[in-house]
Every structure is written in C-alpha cells, then in structure tokens.
Design a protein around this ligand. Structure first.
Ligand code: FEO
Ligand code: CA
Ligand code: CA
Length: 635
C-alpha cells in the first residue's frame, strides 16, 4: 500500500508517527563511498559473466553477450502513461475479470458497492477490496484463484458524512468482511475470463474466519486469550499482502501490516505506546490503531482487554483452495513479522525452503528450512513449522550468510518466543537492516533468489524500530533511497538450504534524466524503462522476471518520466528490463499469476484513482486478464 490521503495514511508513515525513530548522525552518508553508477554496479551487475562465475548455471559471458543482442521479449516496450486506464503492448489485449464488490454468490447479487461502499449484509459474499497477492490452482480442469484483499479504504466503504470513521459495530464488520482472501473459480468464455458465480469453490475468508495455530509457538502463553485459552485457535487473517504456494497445492497468504487493526480503550494505556506490552513498540502496536477503530466496537481488537490478540497475527496462513470447508492454518514456524510474501522452493535434498521479507524500513529477510523432506503424495505435516528460521546478513564483499535463530544464538528463551518476536531475534544476531523487503521470487532456471527492496527514506538517517542502525552500503547502497533496488543471492553449492551465498544487485531503479550519480540507477536503467519502488515480483516458466511497482506516480521532479505504476519484465541473464504494462493513475500494480494453460496473465490493480474501471462511481480494485491476440503462451 502507499500514501493516499490522511484517511488512508500509509502504514509505514503511521508506524513512524506512532513510534518515532531516533535520528542518527554517525552513519557515513557519502553515497559515493559505496558505489558509483558505472563503477560498483558495473561490477556487481555481472550480466551473465559474473553470475556464471558464481556457479549459478547461467550462460557464459560469450553466450550472454550473444543473447543480449537478441532480446527475449516478444513485444515492443510501451511508453509511460498518466491516464486512468491500463495499457499493454501492441498485439496484447486486456479486460477486467473481477472487481471489488462483484458478487461471488447469487444471494449477493444486490450488493451495491457505490452505496457508501455497500451494506454490511452481503459484504462477506462479494469480491474483497484492494486486491494483492494471488495464485492459480487447477482441479479437474477447473481454474481456481486465491486472491488477497490487503486492506480497505475506509473513506469509500463508509457513508461519506462519516469521513472514514466507523460509527457502529456494523461498520467495523463491513470493513472486516471486505478484507482477507477470496477463493473463486474462474472460467474463460467467448467474452474472456469471468468468475463462476456459486461455484462450490467460492469462498470468502475474512477477519473473522476460524483458523488453527500450529508450530513451535502454538499454545504458548503469549498466544492465549480469554476466548482461546489453548492458544491454538484464532479468528481471521488480516492485511493479506503477498502470497505463496506450496509444492502440495495449497495457498499461502501473508499477514503484513496487522498492527494497524489494534488499539486500546483503557485510559491507563492511553499514554506512551512504548509503555505497553513487551514487543508492542517493535511491532508498531499503539493505542489508536491505523484508524479502523476496531477496538472501539470489537473487544478482540482492544489490547486493554486482550493484550495477546496482536500476537495471533503477523503470520503466514495456509489455505486449501480446493476445499471451501477447510480450516486455514497459521504456521508459527515461519515467524511473526510484517510478512510480504512466502516463496517456497525445494532444497537439493527435498527439504522445504521458504524465503520471506519483512516489509518495514530497516527490517530483515528471513529463510525457513524444514527438518523433513517433501515427497509428492507424502505427508506434509510439519513441513512449514518443524525446522530452522534464519535471517540474512549481507557483507560488503558480496557474500552473505543465513544466521540461525535459536535460543543459543539469540539469547531468547525458547523457539516459541523467537517465532513470536522474530524481529528481536534478528536484531540479536546482527541481521542486515534492509530497504523494505517486498516480494521474493526464485528463478526456476537457476538457483538464485531475488528480493525487491522497494525504497527507504530512512536509509542512513534513522535506525529501525528496534534501534538497529541502517548504514549505507552493501545491498542498500543509497542514503534516503526513494527509488529502490532488487537484490539477488546465489546460494553456495547451488542449494537453497545452504548457509552462505554470494549476492549482487540485479537493478537499482533511478532517474538518469534527473541525476548523474547513484540516483540515476544502474546501467540497465534507461530513459525508456524508468520506474521506482519495485514491489511485486514473479518469475514465469521461461525464466523471465516480472516486476510490479508501488511508487510515486506524480511523474514530476525525481519521478519525472516514470508515469503511472507499471509492470516490467526483466531478463536475469542479460539484465535487460522493458516496460510491459501501465496501470491507471493512483493505483499500485500488485499480484500476478498465470492461467493453467499459461495463455493468460492475471494482474491486480489495487487502489486505483479516478473513475477506473467503470467510468463512473467509486474507483474499484480489480483483477485484469492479459492475453496475446494470437492466444500464444505468455510466460
Ligand atoms: Fe503490502 Fe509490502 O506491501
Ligand atoms: Ca507489496
Ligand atoms: Ca509497497
């Protein structure tokens, strides 16, 4: 999510307002020390030759050079746009498949999204708002999508005169219903893709859906509440940002800015937030919440009555999209933080590896490695819980290591406590503070992982919420970084379970028309492909990496020539990056998956502005379907 207006202040800005970070002055703030545009990056962006030397199995330098001459992109890149619609290259088409408020069931046919965002009745029977991460599943020839609804615009979902402030429990329930996850069957007909209303797979998972808690922290005292003295059952999943999928065909939804839903009604707690429960300050849990006001109408979100409830959010949740009656599962093995997405890959020996970013300024990148191994058709019990959680440390010499988070390494009491306060564990072992880790994706054609580091205006200026310094250098080489970069790592031994890796920067976004230093970006940024704030990311089956942006779309000043948020595609071997799609002004482009025949890309348009997509009424978050006119495979 991004800055919109005061009613919808970004989660990051709200966090810092609630818990101000101390200014620091002792960092080396000379960017040139770390890089120069053609110097450091010329070496770091190896474009094949360096990657081959690191043993990733990529092309040799001579073949990389040959490939660079012949782009793998089968389209003519498009220009920037500043309008209120979607643009794709010549030879491609798109149409809107589903929008916020579209009924999933016939009994919600009367839902009117324009009437103050619609009534509370039926709000859990329609497609949720602010679409984000999503994945495609196949079952018996049917196509099922699981799609996150990250947050909700209070200003548009409540009657205008309330100015975004809930006035009763019904208002809160409506906001709770419009977020979470939508599972929906879709089908392609003569008029393109549409949802299959009343499909037995259709389902809404909201802030109130029952789920179980498993893994090392399940049953811990910090997870027990009056409603659930066992600490093993919770209601709802919230702020569902990025996604993931397991090798066994389930969906992973990731809880990001969960802290904003909690507040306190007690006057005794209405003082300094850092005086609250241990861990509240590090996770940004304050007394007022982000403005949802759940705590005033739903005691579960009132920390003065239920101080442990926030500990039951901030997890990765597994959902079986093929069984609408299944109970979602919160996996504490994967740690508690502001989860962006969960990229699952198998290690050389079949152990399950999950890469995860914690999206907040100066927070960390994590990796989970299971104890057990995955075998098709075998038991999957414990594969997301029983194992080791690691955090990444990047060194300036372009090597790095995964530091295990254990009682011995962290000094913390137990595995349960380490999972619940994973951020504290990461700080204890000296993890590298990153420029807001967003999506992580693994190249299917080479043993390497990529992470979008979207931006960080505090780099070199302020510590993170735990007081860890954010020095300029390594994979975070620019002070006050408002453009972002993509770091990639190559695990040693070509094994995602390895403890060590080499790293480089795949791209540093920037603006070469405004700057002639590091802020111009890396050498694969040109006047023809400028963007800022890389966020969503996914590899396709051919080994190209698709990059979605959530940045400043003013198209002015430092961002002149970048236009609306967009989707680009990159070649990991040559470094080439080309603009494929532009979204409507005001939107974030987020969420990407392919149809099972890979002839359609499903792309999410979150919080669009203007009158998208109807030309009238409220702007509505949507999932669009992008195809080639010749119906060829596109990734
Ligand atoms: Fe929900 Fe970090 O994006
Ligand atoms: Ca994101
Ligand atoms: Ca973002």
């Amino acid at each position: 999510m991004k800055d919109i207006d005061t009613v919808n202040m970004s989660a990051d800005d709200w966090d810092e307002q609630t818990f101000p970070r101390p200014d620091t002055n002792d960092f080396d703030q000379v960017v040139e020390r770390a890089i120069s545009r053609r110097g450091f990056l010329g070496g770091v962006l190896a474009f094949g030759s360096g990657a081959a030397a690191m043993g990733t199995g990529l092309l040799s330098s001579s073949s990389a050079e040959a490939q660079a001459a012949a782009s793998r992109f089968p389209f003519t890149p498009i220009d920037i746009q500043t309008d209120h619609t979607v643009h794709v290259p010549e030879g491609y088409t798109w149409h809107t498949m589903v929008r916020w408020g579209d009924p999933l069931f016939s009994d919600a046919d009367g839902y009117d999204v324009n009437a103050g965002g619609g009534p509370v009745e039926g709000s859990d029977r329609v497609f949720g708002e602010n679409t984000d991460g999503m994945e495609t599943f196949a079952l018996g020839g049917r196509t099922i999508l699981a799609i996150n609804s990250e947050y909700t615009n209070r200003g548009t979902n409540l009657p205008a005169e309330q100015e975004g402030v809930p006035a009763n429990a019904g208002d809160v329930r409506k906001l709770q219903n419009l977020q979470g996850v939508t599972v929906v069957e879709v089908a392609e007909g003569e008029n393109g893709w549409s949802i299959v209303k009343d499909s037995p797979f259709n389902r809404r998972i909201t802030h109130n859906t029952p789920m179980t808690i498993v893994g090392p922290a399940a049953g811990h005292d910090l997870l027990k509440t009056e409603a659930d003295p066992t600490g093993t059952r919770s209601l709802g999943t919230m702020n569902n940002c990025g996604s993931g999928r397991t090798p066994w065909g389930t969906y992973l939804t990731c809880e990001e800015n969960f802290n904003g839903y909690f507040g306190s009604t007690a006057e005794t707690q209405d003082q300094k937030p850092n005086a609250l429960v241990d861990g509240y300050a590090r996770y940004g849990i304050g007394t007022d919440g982000w403005g949802y006001d759940y705590h005033k109408w739903d005691a579960r979100f009132d920390t003065s009555q239920n101080p442990n409830e926030p500990h039951r959010a901030g997890w990765v949740v597994e959902i079986d999209p093929t069984d609408a009656d299944s109970t979602p599962v919160k996996h504490t093995g994967l740690g508690r933080f502001k989860h962006e997405n969960a990229e699952v890959v198998l290690a050389a020996d079949g152990r399950v590896v999950v890469y995860m970013g914690d999206d907040e300024r100066g927070e960390f990148i994590y990796k989970f490695v299971s104890n057990g191994t995955y075998a098709p058709g075998g038991s999957t019990d414990g594969l997301l819980d029983d194992g080791t959680l690691y955090v990444a440390r990047f060194s300036d010499d372009q090597t790095g290591e995964w530091l295990p988070l254990t009682p011995e390494t962290t000094g913390m009491e137990s595995d349960a406590e380490i999972r619940i306060f994973a951020r504290k564990a990461g700080s204890a072992v000296g993890a590298t503070t990153m420029d807001r880790p967003e999506w992580i994706s693994v190249n299917p054609h080479a043993v390497e992982g990529y992470c979008c580091l979207t931006n960080n205006r505090n780099r070199g200026v302020k510590a993170n919420a735990g007081g860890d310094e954010t020095p300029v250098g390594g994979p975070n080489p620019r002070e006050v970084n408002h453009y972002g970069q993509i770091v990639r790592w190559m695990p040693h031994g070509d094994d995602h379970a390895a403890d060590t890796f080499d790293w480089d920067l795949y791209v540093m976004a920037g603006n070469p028309t405004v700057h002639d230093d590091a802020y111009a970006g890396s050498s694969n940024i040109t006047t023809g492909n400028m963007f800022n704030s890389p966020d969503g990311m996914a590899f396709d089956s051919t080994g190209l990496v698709w990059i979605q942006t959530d940045g400043d779309d003013d198209n002015a000043g430092d961002f002149a020539g970048m236009g609306n948020n967009q989707m680009l595609v990159g070649d990991p071997v040559t470094g080439e990056i080309a603009r494929f799609m532009t979204g409507p002004n005001g939107c974030e482009v987020t969420g990407l998956c392919w149809s099972n025949d890979r002839r359609t890309m499903f792309v999410g348009i979150q919080h669009p502005g203007g009158s998208w997509p109807d030309g009238e009424g409220l702007p509505r978050s949507s999932v669009i379907a992008v195809k080639r006119e010749d119906n060829a495979i596109l990734g």
